[in-house]
Design a protein around this ligand. Structure first.
Ligand code: ATP
Ligand code: MG
Ligand code: MG
Length: 373
């Protein structure tokens, strides 16, 4: 999606990913012999250096990258890296990220470092109480790395599932809604917020996003924007950031985590906002004027297409059906392998009202592969 936005601005993009048919490489052909895509892993130091040698500005779409090498190429290859490697370093360790947010007076759930032992987790449970959210500090995504401990009899199971990963614990937050705000930050540190959205997770993975989030509390969206922008201002470097938050019953907002990149809760911006999260990411890292972040439709929703099995054809059939739904836009990512729970695409639905969004979503949700009706 970033490559698609770049192509409209004649920005030539070199992609580092495994395989010649990696999704982004399907979108953009190399524009010159010295700009051919790189085949390799985004954690391979040699491959990152090979990429850095071909570009003026380097950006990432995942935080689990080798930050040491990004710092090195910034100084030795004269490449601008966005967001700043120091930002990625803070974010990629979720415990470090929480400490950073807390030290900037941003509201977060109570948390503690935890030794990955029976005794360590028991001690954390004594302090924070049960149920408890155990989280891997690193390499976490789509909830892979999270374990809800409800009962101490389940301790061994938690350790088995999290198998020696570096851990910390968070109090389980009794949120009434999960909300998120995309924030774009310029090279000079100015921030602009997209609308507050509601995110609905199923099995720890984002399932649906509704934009805008409606609340009876007229000041809620202002508070959420303030918190999200303060969180992003506390970091360095330019680009788009996704700020995930919990809304509590008393109106309090807590920051869950920040994604230093285009984010699933911002996919709706492609069809529903004046400027998509991808285009504004490019504009920010290239020091171009930032585009309006306002909605251009009254209401929008995004439905993730997760693999229900290894069979991509059932998602393709579903996507074909979605083409018959008014206001629906289909995005299939071109990933070579379909696996259960893997994000394979998404559908954005726009409409003139929330009621019309519900009516348009209903038949989609009924037919979504993997959904038992
Ligand atoms: P991703 O990066 O894909 O968003 P992740 O693996 O980093 O996911 P988190 O965002 O930490 O995981 O958690 C995934 C989901 O688990 C959250 O969106 C929320 O639904 C739930 N969750 C996480 N932390 C807590 C908490 N402290 N209390 C209650 N629920 C939580
Ligand atoms: Mg995360
Ligand atoms: Mg998350």
């Amino acid at each position: 999606m970033l490559a698609a936005s770049a192509s409209l601005l004649n920005i030539s993009v070199v992609i580092l990913d495994v395989g010649a048919q990696a999704p982004a490489k399907q979108v953009l052909a190399p524009t010159a012999p010295h700009r051919t895509h790189v085949d390799g892993s985004f954690s391979n130091p040699e491959k990152i250096k090979e990429l850095a040698a071909k570009v003026d500005v380097l950006t990432v779409e995942i935080e689990h990258v080798n930050v040491d090498v990004l710092e090195e190429v910034q100084s030795t290859h004269n490449v601008e890296v966005h967001p700043a490697p120091s930002t990625i370093r803070i974010i990629q360790d979720k415990f470090h990220q929480k400490e950073h947010l807390q030290s900037h007076a941003l509201p977060v759930a109570p948390f503690l470092p935890v030794e990955p032992t029976i005794q360590g987790i028991t001690d954390a449970a004594t302090i924070l109480g049960l149920p408890l959210m155990l989280k891997s500090k690193t390499l976490a995504y789509d909830g892979r790395g999270n374990f809800v401990l409800r009962d101490l009899s389940n301790l061994q199971n938690a350790l088995d599932v999290l198998s020696n990963r570096p851990l910390y614990a968070e109090k389980l937050v009794p949120f009434v809604k999960e909300i998120a705000v995309m924030v774009v930050r310029t090279t000079s540190g100015h921030t602009y917020s997209y609308p507050v959205v509601e995110t609905v997770h199923k099995d720890n993975i984002c399932h649906l996003v509704f934009a805008p989030f409606r609340s009876r509390d007229a000041e809620l969206s202002q508070r959420a924007h303030k918190i999200a922008e303060a969180a992003v201002k506390s970091l360095s470097g330019a680009g788009i950031f996704g700020v995930e938050m919990f809304l509590l019953g008393d109106g309090q907002i807590l920051v869950n985590e920040i994604a230093p990149r285009p984010h699933n809760s911002g996919h709706y911006t492609i069809e529903a906002c004046e400027t998509s999260q991808y285009e504004n990411h490019l504009r920010a890292i290239l020091s171009f004027p930032i585009g309006s972040t306002a909605l251009k439709v009254p209401s929008a929703a995004m439905l993730n297409l997760l693999g229900a099995s290894n069979d991509l054809s059932e998602l393709i059939d579903f996507a074909k059906y979605a083409l018959s739904v008014p206001g629906a836009s289909v995005h299939l990512y071109g990933k070579a392998e379909c696996r259960k729970g893997r994000k394979m695409g998404h559908i954005t639905v726009t409409a003139d009202s929330d009621a019309e969004i519900s009516a348009r979503l209903r038949p989609l949700l009924q037919r979504l592969p993997g959904t038992s009706t």
